[in-house]
Design a protein around this ligand. Sequence first.
Ligand SMILES: Cc1ncc(C[n+]2csc(CCOP(=O)(O)OP(=O)(O)O)c2C)c(N)n1
Ligand SMILES: [Mg+2]
Length: 338
Amino acid sequence: MKIRLNRVNLESTTDISPETLKSIYTTMLRIRRFEEKVAELLAEPSEIICPVHLYIGQEAVAAGVCANLRNDDYVFSTHRSHGHYIAKGGDIKTLMAELYGKATGCSKGRGGSMHLASPDKGFPGSSAIVGGTVPLAVGAALASSIKGKDTVAVAFFGDGAVNEGVWYESLNFASLKKLPVIFVCENNLYSTHMPVSACLVNTYIYKKAEAFCMPGVRVDGNNVIEVYQAAKKAIEQARRGEGPTLIECMTYRWRGHVGPNDDLDKGLRSQEELEYWMDRCPVEALEEFLLKHKILSKAENIQIDKELNKEIETAVTFARQSPYPEENELLNNIFKDR
Ligand SMILES: Cc1ncc(C[n+]2csc(CCOP(=O)(O)OP(=O)(O)O)c2C)c(N)n1
Ligand SMILES: [Mg+2]
């Protein structure tokens, strides 16, 4: 058996209830199993053909943050959006159908992997425009504030979004108006194939919060308890009208920028680096913690996995059997009145 030296240590004492921890674990495993299946299907010639950015390795961020949200809170996401959609309660069947470009997909087969939506679950949409959904989250928070509601909005974005001008405008405006928005940066060390250090003069992204007079924290993004606790604090503050927070989650994507492969052949990241982060698997870390503390039994664990695999197989069958949008519907859902 391989000796793992870099494991994530979840041994900090936690007041998170056993039910919540189990639910977070199930969400993380649902994301992992869903994406493993998608990676498998991407390797087939006539299954999923739209570009897919896999989230494997980053599951603790989506699950840890969204476990603190209500159905009526908003989540805005990016091109790497399956994890956020699933963690916010989005339906797996319509997600899979969307990846197949089918009419039953969550965006009617028009969006593909990078343009998911589940408005009923507080997931208005994801977008491929890097940084593009950050101001949308601020807008949702502004609406919430004007209407006197206590809903919050979360903007998930990558380290690459921090190079967009709109990111700075968004943080400034949100802090100026004390809006209920949480900025969650998933710093996975790369933007396509460019390391963070090649494009940011200061790679401590959370420190940029200080310039906007808002709290900024950096957490181990593979330690779901740390992510959960930082998000809980930020969300509670935002709900109380105390304004936004920037949370930087240090994490890593196991697969390449796009597609199912690992991109090691591109010579931009090393096998050692990938292995270091695979040792720090966020799903295994939580699984071990739950088993060790008898929050989860081995039998329950096997059962959860079995049910998830069944759910995902059902989604694949649903997607395969669903029709494509009709040709004469091509211009529907584009203009307001059609
Ligand atoms: C405005 C804009 N510029 C460039 C691109 C091309 N592009 C797509 S994904 C990506 C990298 C994004 O990196 P990051 O924000 O760190 O997210 P990650 O892929 O690491 O999750 C780029 C540059 C784009 N989609 N939109
Ligand atoms: Mg990145």
